[in-house]
Write a protein that binds this ligand. Structure first.
Ligand code: GDP
Length: 446
């Protein structure tokens, strides 16, 4: 775990902060022999950030004459092993000579320092916060350990120094130029084999079919040459028998949702192929819904468009049925193709790449929360039982599919409609398009 050291002169509120951060885990406070009594350690949690906290409290009753020397020792020992130091001052008392001295010790080391201006609640604290600028570190974080104010600001300040799997997505980011993993699913006779043969017939196959992704699926690597000439690798996740002309018997067999999901497991983008002459049926919606539940990006393609009747009203009908039928995502891309003639296939592949980009996208915390604040102002969260739900902070925890964590108080009472308001806003305003977006709520434990 990363280590955070709390330093500061006596009585600024270090212990209150320590207790707040360590909370119920106080039982874990270290009592190993050799760890000086002047230093307490514990496992802390702050809005989902986990770290180990070292508190240099323990001088509270020291003789003022010998205090600075002992403090210096303790502070330097604690800080030298830490990833970041929380330098706490008392905004009400202002900056005292001992604060300035501690600042000098901290400046001579190379541990990053966050100035935490405690007791900053209300007007009385303001002057102290401003004074704290003079200590020569970055902007002080106004805080109130007692009232629990400034938690989110502290989180923001600590986060760059602390790593946590939730907030680290490096390993999840798409491999640069990795092949688009594409699956094509749909009911029997929708035209899947025809589409795949058409695509592969025109494109260069890099390798022959590889058996063994699962018992029933294979992967075919090939390259799509986009209309602008760019060559993009695609890995088609192919369910068994897809490319071979299926036997009559197979055609009668109903494609179960489970079969379709076999391929979906390995895909980034799933194309649900519909037969335009038949339209959208309940089973199609079930498959679409499952694909989204699995967190995959979904595209709907209406095949056999060459023989479709009343194309405009047909298209509109399917569009409406999709938007009404898919609870999770409105505006799933809907395209028209003809596997038989090849029309629309380039557009379909272009849409698949675009959708993968949205599915893999990451927005900065700053951008996210600027939008978030506006969204809260435009439509404040409700107040069930007269108690307002307080939403504080939004962070993107992962990509592929995008996942967000919402912090606040009484978030467990957040109505589904409000959650949907936020998810739709994230999609529309932050460029996630129609990919499934997940939002987890979390109440700060502190
Ligand atoms: P699968 O079961 O989904 O693999 O469907 P197939 O690829 O075997 O196609 C089912 C039938 O639809 C075949 O007779 C195809 O020739 C026909 N078909 C597929 N795509 C098109 C298309 O774009 N237009 C027309 N008119 N027929 C198509």
């Amino acid at each position: 775990l990363p280590i955070v050291a709390i330093v500061g002169r006596p009585n600024v509120g270090k212990s209150t902060l320590f207790n707040r951060l360590v909370g119920k885990r106080l039982a874990l406070v270290d009592d190993r022999p050799g760890v000086t009594r002047d230093r307490r350690e514990g496992d802390a949690e702050l809005l989902g950030l986990d770290f180990r906290i070292v508190d240099t409290a323990g001088f509270e009753d020291e003789d003022p004459d010998t205090l600075p020397g002992r403090m210096r020792q303790q502070t330097q020992a604690a800080v030298s092993g830490a990833d970041v130091a929380l330098f706490m001052i008392d905004s009400r008392a202002g900056i005292l000579p001992l604060d300035e001295e501690i600042a000098r010790w901290l400046r001579s080391g190379d541990t990053p320092v966050i100035v935490l201006a405690n007791k900053a609640e209300g007007k009385a604290g303001e002057a102290g916060v401003n004074e704290a600028f003079a200590l020569g570190f970055a902007e002080p974080v106004p805080f109130s350990a007692e009232h629990g104010e400034g938690i989110v600001d502290l989180f923001e300040a600590l986060r760059p120094h602390i790593e946590h799997e939730d907030f680290e997505a490096a390993e999840e980011e798409p491999e640069e130029g990795g092949p688009l993993k594409l699956a094509i699913v749909g009911r029997p006779n929708a035209g899947k084999s025809t589409l795949v043969n058409r695509i592969l017939g025109e494109e260069r196959m890099i390798t022959g079919p590889e058996a063994g992704i699962t018992r029933d699926s294979i992967a075919i690597d090939w390259e799509w040459t986009a209309p602008d000439g760019e060559v993009k690798p695609v890995r088609l996740i192919d369910t068994a028998g897809l490319r071979k002309k299926a036997k009559v018997q197979d055609k009668l067999e109903k494609l179960s949702v489970a079969d379709a999901l076999h391929a979906v497991d390995f895909a980034e983008v799933v194309v649900l192929l519909l037969d335009a002459t038949l339209g959208l049926e309940a089973q199609d919606l079930r498959i679409a819904d499952k694909v989204l539940q699995e967190g995959r990006a979904l595209i709907i393609a209406l095949n056999k468009w060459d023989v479709a009747e009343h194309p405009p009203s047909l298209f509109q009908g399917v569009r409406t049925a999709l938007d009404e039928g898919l609870a999770q995502v409105k505006g799933v891309p809907l395209l028209t193709v003809s596997a038989a003639t090849g029309r629309g296939i380039d557009q379909l592949l272009a849409a698949a790449f675009e959708t993968r980009d949205a599915w893999s996208k990451r927005v900065s915390t700053g951008q996210l929360n600027r939008w978030f604040e506006k969204a809260l102002t435009a439509n404040p969260p409700p107040a069930p039982g007269g108690k307002r739900i307080k939403l504080r902070y939004l962070t993107q925890a992962k990509t592929r599919p995008p996942g967000f964590i919402l912090f606040g108080t009484r978030v467990d009472q957040l109505p589904e409609s409000y959650r949907r308001y936020l998810v739709n806003g994230i999609r529309k305003e932050l460029g996630f398009g129609a990919v499934p977006v997940r939002l987890t709520v979390r109440a700060p434990k502190n």
